[in-house]
Design a binder for this molecule. Structure first.
Ligand SMILES: [Zn+2]
Length: 315
């Protein structure tokens, strides 16, 4: 019924959360499951690898271990997933009715301050890097780090430029405001905030202010709406209506072309009422249509805006 409104979800932390890859079939404590992705009409899922900063193991080592887990999951469910390594893979996945899987890394600490490691990751299939997580790192300052406030470092500048050259998507979710503006200046390609919301609707340091939203739109990028209740609203009962409020604000401020979804499933410990996992996307879509968003606009939010960015950046 909703196939014309298939979804590209720009962020989930399922790989880092899965106890073992069988949990894709029998969800244990994960939001994202195979059946949920199909029920929710998810055409492309971005899978982020996230490394817990409290571990003492080296970042790159752990990153590669998680990438290996992702590869094993794709191998085991090869009839369901289609990895996206180049632009043509996205189209192939959608045409074959399989779920396109795009590999991302959340946290540039993984590079261990070596540019050559970016190519290691690219070779391993990574097509998106979220420059920071909650702590400032060698690339950039983080939005949640009050003690180390800075922008893009000289190394970070090289990282962004190399990502542009390689055909990797630059993600500024979690980045400090200073880093955000530096990236906007340095990047020759559209920049995304894969899982970030609107500060004017819900004041939170992780959310974007109006100037940032306009800048992302102007550069042709997208903002993936994050479903984490504390990023959606300060009220107690957070539901689909609050997701819509963020969409409405961005639409009024910067237009429909920069709005997308970045659920953050499996990266967040609570969900809004009425949202259980990707299987709940059709309920959001239904609400948008009920509110008289045109079919064309809903398709842009669901997938076309992200497809445009992928067409621009992926090789
Ligand atoms: Zn995150």
């Amino acid at each position: 019924m909703y196939s014309q409104f298939f979804v590209i979800d720009g962020h989930c932390d399922t790989i880092s959360k899965l106890d073992d890859i069988n949990a894709m079939e029998c969800p244990n404590n994960n939001h994202v499951s195979l059946s949920g992705l199909y029920e929710g009409r998810v055409g492309i899922q971005f899978f982020a690898v996230w490394m817990d900063p409290s571990s003492t193991d080296k970042y790159l080592h752990r990153g590669l271990q998680l990438i290996d887990k992702y590869q094993r999951m794709l191998d085991k469910y090869a009839t369901y997933f289609h990895p996206i390594l180049r632009l043509a893979d996205a189209k192939d996945a959608l045409e074959a009715g399989r779920i396109g899987a795009l590999l991302a890394v959340e946290g540039g600490d993984v590079l261990e301050e070596r540019l050559s490691n970016l190519e290691v990751l690219y070779s391993a299939g990574v097509r998106l890097l979220t420059l920071t997580w909650n702590r400032s790192n060698q690339i950039a300052g983080a939005a949640m780090d009050d003690y180390n406030r800075y922008g893009l470092t000289p190394f970070g500048t090289k990282v962004v430029k190399t990502m542009n050259d390689l055909g990797m998507i630059v993600d500024v979710s979690h980045a400090s405001e200073e880093a955000f503006w530096d990236v906007m200046e340095v990047s020759k390609q559209p920049v995304i905030a894969s899982h970030s919301n609107v500060k004017a609707v819900c004041p939170h340091p992780r959310n974007l202010d109006d100037e940032q939203i306009k800048a992302i739109a102007l550069k042709g990028g997208v903002i993936g709406i994050n479903f984490y209740p504390p990023f959606l609203s300060k009220t107690e009962d957070v539901g689909i209506v609050h997701i819509i409020k963020h969409i409405e604000h961005i639409a009024g401020l910067a237009g429909i072309n920069c709005i997308a979804f970045g659920s953050d499933f499996d990266g967040i410990e609570t969900l809004p009422q009425g949202i259980e996992g990707p299987q709940s996307f059709p309920d959001i879509i239904e609400e948008l249509l009920r509110l008289n968003y045109s079919e064309e606009d809903v398709q842009k939010i669901c997938h076309n805006n992200f497809l445009r960015v992928m067409e621009k950046i992926l090789k």
